[in-house]
Design a protein around this ligand. Structure first.
Ligand SMILES: Cc1cc2nc3c(=O)[nH]c(=O)nc-3n(C[C@H](O)[C@H](O)[C@H](O)COP(=O)(O)O)c2cc1C
Ligand SMILES: Nc1ncnc2c1ncn2[C@@H]1O[C@H](COP(=O)(O)OP(=O)(O)OP(=O)(O)O)[C@@H](O)[C@H]1O
Ligand SMILES: [Co+2]
Length: 151
């Protein structure tokens, strides 16, 4: 049985997230266990922007997805601590994740973690194929208050 680790923010789910998780799971073959690490709110704030959905609700949704066997929040500072704990065979890096694979491999080597690091090159193209596009669309949409009255 192979353990594959996938990571991300997963703020406002869309089909690109589903494709990435499906492709990650395929890397581990027939008996794959897919473990997903959801980025902490503090990490998202430091690296990207203020998250819309908080970390617990993002984790709750990821746990409900079909390819996912286990999901956890990451740690707040050392991102390789969770890798040591999960001890995956493969770490799947998404097509738009800005990690340098060589840097990750060097960090793993320093800690004696024998995981393979693989870039998933598949990208699901659509009008709203990223969280930032969804946020931009919501910002630009001029909702009338009556559309939101039951919220
Ligand atoms: C090997 C690896 C380990 C990670 N561990 C953590 C972690 O412990 N805590 C965390 O908040 N995020 C963790 N992340 C997720 C990254 O923080 C997240 O991918 C990054 O913020 C970029 O966001 P994005 O993937 O949504 O583009 C990890 C990512 C990788 C590749
Ligand atoms: N359209 C897509 N096709 C394939 N993979 C995707 C797509 N969108 C996101 N992913 C992958 O899903 C994982 C989580 O992505 P993330 O949380 O950054 O969402 P995002 O839509 O890319 O958000 P943002 O717009 O903030 O970058 C990453 O590994 C990312 O590469
Ligand atoms: Co992204």
């Amino acid at each position: 049985m192979k353990v594959v680790m996938a990571t991300g923010t997963f703020d406002i789910l869309h089909p690109g997230h589903g494709l990435y998780l499906e492709e990650s799971k395929k890397l581990g073959g027939k008996d794959c266990k897919l473990v997903v690490i959801v980025a902490r709110d503090s990490t998202v704030r430091d690296r990207k922007r203020i998250p819309i959905i908080d970390e617990n609700q993002r984790l709750e949704m990821i746990k409900m997805l079909k390819p996912v066997d286990k999901a956890y929040l990451g740690h707040k500072t050392d991102m390789f601590k969770i890798v040591e704990e999960i001890n995956p065979d493969i770490i799947a890096i998404g097509s738009d994740q800005s990690f340098n694979l060589e840097n990750i491999k060097n960090q793993l080597e320093k800690r004696n973690i024998e995981a393979e690091v693989i870039r998933i090159s598949d990208y699901r193209k659509a009008k709203l194929d990223s969280t930032c596009k969804i946020i931009r669309k919501i910002k630009q949409t001029d909702f009338e208050e009556k559309n939101l009255k039951d919220c």
